[in-house]
Design a protein around this ligand. Structure first.
Ligand SMILES: Nc1ncnc2c1ncn2[C@@H]1O[C@H](COP(=O)(O)OP(=O)(O)OC[C@H]2O[C@H](OP(=O)(O)O)[C@H](O)[C@@H]2O)[C@@H](O)[C@H]1O
Length: 220
């Protein structure tokens, strides 16, 4: 999958070779700049028309306690590590999926992966939780080398759009139940959840095949 570079990946590569634009300067700022309103125009669907916006529903509960064939989404670095936070819980419960994610990261650079997604089909062997795993590449690095909060935020809607597109493709061949996410970016990636939520709510659905609702699970 990674060998076929998507339009978005190509766009990222082109971005990296250009002089800083207003938007990249914003990305270079640190957490303090998140306090400013960084909202842009709503994400345009490919038809540029009045298509429906993605619905975000919030629930308290366990994301992993999902019906068979649900998609469970979390934010990932591009280094091939699910080392801490909810990612460590994913690695424990879905070891085969972790191997696929790791291999996917090896095939592409962070520049290619940022702002993209990787949908992993149910693949566990023993007493398998039959869940899809949706990896959103919102940061290149992790820990001290994680991207700045505004850069993570700017990559989040493009990554989710890429994932919704991949889910729509899969839906032609097999059942997909709920689409669940944790409060992505809000822990180790240090992006306040309300900022990520706003970015997700501005996503326009490109076609009727796209899932229209993502359910956000939190433990509070
Ligand atoms: N067991 C659990 N069950 C349910 N909810 C849980 C949970 N544990 C945490 N949460 C919540 O889940 C949300 C996201 O918080 P997280 O800090 O996980 O993720 P993030 O998106 O900010 O950052 C991603 C990077 O963190 C990782 O670690 P490594 O860099 O690999 O070491 C990755 O690999 C990425 O790189 C917050 O609402 C947490 O309260």
């Amino acid at each position: 999958m990674a060998s076929k570079r998507t339009a978005l990946q190509l766009e990222n590569e082109v971005d990296s070779g250009q002089p800083p634009t207003k938007s990249t300067k914003l990305v270079e700022n640190d957490t303090a700049s998140l306090n400013r309103d960084t909202r842009t125009q709503p994400d345009q669907g490919s038809d540029g028309g009045e298509s429906q916006l993605l619905q975000i529903e919030e629930q308290v509960g366990d994301i992993f306690d999902a019906p068979e064939n649900s998609v469970l989404i979390h934010a990932c670095n591009c280094e091939g590590s699910w080392g801490a936070g909810i990612a460590a819980a994913f690695r424990k419960q879905y070891p085969k999926a972790f191997q696929k994610y790791k291999a996917h990261c090896k095939e592409s650079s962070a520049t290619q992966l940022r702002g993209t997604a990787y949908l992993i089909e149910p693949c566990e062997e023993n007493d398998p939780p039959k869940h899809f795993i949706g990896c959103l590449f919102t940061s290149g690095g992790r820990g001290k080398t994680k991207d700045k909060p505004n850069a993570i935020l700017e990559r989040t809607a493009p990554a989710m759009r890429d994932l919704l597109r991949q889910i729509a493709d899969v839906k032609g061949d097999r059942d997909v139940a709920e689409i669940r996410t944790c409060q992505i970016n809000s822990g180790l990636f240090k992006v306040p959840w309300d900022k990520t939520k706003t970015a997700l709510e501005e996503i326009r659905l490109e076609s009727k095949g796209w899932p229209s609702t993502v359910i956000v699970y939190s433990r509070d």
